[in-house]
Design a protein around this ligand. Structure first.
Ligand SMILES: Nc1ncnc2c1ncn2[C@@H]1O[C@H](COP(=O)(O)OP(=O)(O)OP(=O)(O)O)[C@@H](O)[C@H]1O
Ligand SMILES: [Mg+2]
Length: 493
């Protein structure tokens, strides 16, 4: 949900829209005065601004708000509302970078839809920015975990697809790792030194997606202020990843088909074709066959994309991989990020194996992260899992009060047989290595290691007590003087 700053001089309108946006879970900052709204932009940092253009019937304050919003970093997305059929000003607003405009009277549903699109656009843009940054730093390491039969097949297919240059269609339920697999394909292919460009086809309205993908000529449409390269051209030599291909409109489907057949793109408003050498990999989590039957997906495009099909297994069909994945998240993701090495009881791991995982690996990752955040110690237990999963437990792993006390004070004992043994290192035969080898493992003197662990623990206890050192010393069962000494030792480092 988003922070929405709403500006309109009609107070009843502001009230009505605020209420319905709040009902959707958005945080709304309503204003009926343009100048106050402009001042509030900086302090409220909204993700979305919805503003009327004519705020006092004389001047277009809405445009001032838009301009100011566009100067911010990150800039909120602006949706403008126009009255009196003032279409020219709306056009002006679009030129200045408004995301969308709605003409009064509009239906609340139209506004909701526009906000939803704005949010997914935002998400897509920030993902792209992030990925480009990743490419710049040449950091392509990521791992695909799975020892189960179905995953072995997936690994073989990734290798096969990476060796060829043909289009591929990756299917799988949400969270099964489609994006991860497409990256593995690219970074193991001969194109790895060239761009990897992901595009979420459901995030943008049709015309925006069209000019994003194919580019445009200056003046091709209102708002096309200069020539712009499309993502196909940006991806030259590399791979373009068309995610959620099923949501592509009929017009774009036929344009894409032409690109695949002729290996050339035409910018919007241009007749001159540009030859492109780009590999297309598409992904979908919906059955495209159904879309073909109801006529909303072109069969010929489907065959072009589906030259090599790969379907990723759902997590419930490879439950044997759950313990491996849990170990991977704790060791390779949460540990480097938080500095804390969490362990997990065998009973908790077994309990995770009982769940159906409609959200697949992504859901598992979220559950593990949440458990680490909630756990009172460095040991994840069944009680740290979401209630709907915890009730599936077949045994009890609640610690006795004495055990709980010990756990809160010390690092878990790696010899403890009730704990699930974390993998020493990810078995390379089970993982597809994306380009870079893991960094060197560095060892250090025991004293230094213990000091670091102590620092992490002290920090944790102090966070728990809200910085109260008396209470912290009591929990740690050390004198206040000792606590101060330890803290100053940590500070000296
Ligand atoms: N086999 C795997 N090993 C390790 N991590 C995985 C694996 N599969 C998925 N993940 C992790 O799960 C999360 C979801 O993966 P990803 O985004 O690739 O899924 P997706 O199929 O594209 O989902 P959606 O359809 O919702 O877009 C990511 O954090 C990814 O790193
Ligand atoms: Mg995805």
């Amino acid at each position: 949900m988003a922070k929405v700053l709403l500006v309109d001089d009609e107070v009843t309108m502001v009230q009505l829209v605020s209420e319905s946006l709040r009902a959707l879970g958005h945080e709304v900052f309503p204003f009926s005065n343009g100048a106050t709204a402009i001042e509030a932009l900086a302090s409220k940092t909204p993700e979305i601004v919805v503003t009327d253009l004519y705020l006092d019937k004389t001047r277009a304050h809405g445009l001032d708000i838009l301009k100011r919003a566009k100067e911010m970093d990150p800039a909120p997305i602006v949706i403008v509302i126009t009255g009196f059929g003032s279409i020219e000003t709306a056009v002006e607003a679009m030129k200045l970078g408004a995301f969308d405009y709605l003409e009064k009277p509009f239906k609340l549903d139209e506004l909701k839809l526009s906000i939803e699109r704005a949010l997914s656009y935002n998400e897509a843009v920030s993902e792209n920015v992030y990925l480009r940054k990743q490419l710049k730093t040449k950091y392509h390491f990521s791992q695909i975990i799975g020892a189960s039969e179905p995953m072995q097949t997936v690994f073989k297919m990734i290798e096969r697809i990476a060796e060829t240059d043909s289009t591929a269609l990756i299917r799988g339920e949400s969270g099964t790792g489609k994006e991860l697999v497409v990256k593995a394909i690219h970074f193991n292919s001969r194109r790895k030194g060239r761009p990897f460009v992901p595009v979420n086809c459901s995030a943008l309205p049709e015309n925006l997606l069209e000019s994003e993908l194919f580019g445009h000529r200056k003046g091709a449409f209102t708002g096309a202020l200069s020539d712009k390269k499309g993502l196909f051209e940006e991806a030259e030599g590399g791979t373009i990843f068309l995610d959620e291909i099923g949501s592509m409109s009929a017009t774009l489907q036929s344009r894409l088909l032409r690109v695949l057949q002729e290996k050339e793109v035409r910018r919007v408003g241009d007749n001159v074709p540009v030859y492109v050498d780009v590999r297309v990999v598409a992904a979908t989590n919906e059955p495209l066959e159904d879309r073909i039957k109801d006529g909303s997906f072109r069969e010929d495009l489907y065959y072009r994309l589906n030259v090599i099909p790969l379907t990723l297994p759902s997590l419930r069909d490879r439950r044997d991989d759950i313990p491996l994945l849990v170990g991977h998240f704790l060791k390779d993701k949460i540990h480097p990020r938080s500095g804390n090495q969490f362990q997990v009881t065998k009973i908790a791991v077994d309990t995770l194996g009982e769940h159906d995982w409609p959200g697949n690996v992504r859901e598992l990752e979220n559950v593990v992260e949440r458990a680490c955040a909630l756990s009172e110690s460095y040991i994840i237990r069944t009680r740290d899992l979401p209630p709907s999963i915890a009730t599936l437990a077949k045994a009890d792993d609640t610690p006795s009060p004495a055990e709980a006390l010990k756990e809160a004070e010390a690092k878990p004992d790696s010899e403890d047989t009730s704990l699930f043994p974390l993998p020493q290192e990810t078995n390379p035969s089970l993982a597809v290595d994306l380009n870079t080898a893991p960094g060197p493992i560095s060892f250090q003197p025991l004293k230094e290691y213990l000091r670091q662990q102590e620092a992490v623990y002290l920090n944790r206890v102090l966070t728990h007590t809200g910085g109260d050192k008396d209470e912290a010393a009591e929990i740690l069962d050390v004198s206040l003087a000792t606590l101060y000494r330890k803290l100053s030792e940590q500070d000296d480092k």
